[in-house]
Design a protein around this ligand. Sequence first.
Ligand SMILES: [Zn+2]
Length: 72
Amino acid sequence: MDLTIRKAAIGIFIGFLAILAEKARADRYCPKCNFPIPTFRLPRTFREFFWGDWRCPECSTWFSRTGRTLSE
Ligand SMILES: [Zn+2]
């Protein structure tokens, strides 16, 4: 493979990762009160660990991994 093409491929790959990281970070806000959620939060329950659900520490609303509000 030509060196220039390889460099371009690496650049595209890094750009792709940056877009993914930005998207993941944008999802780390409470949909209800916009409280920023830490990327690495310690799961307090088995459900949080297993499903990735989380409770907003600010407004105490349960959310699923995808950001949907969960009914209790
Ligand atoms: Zn909240």
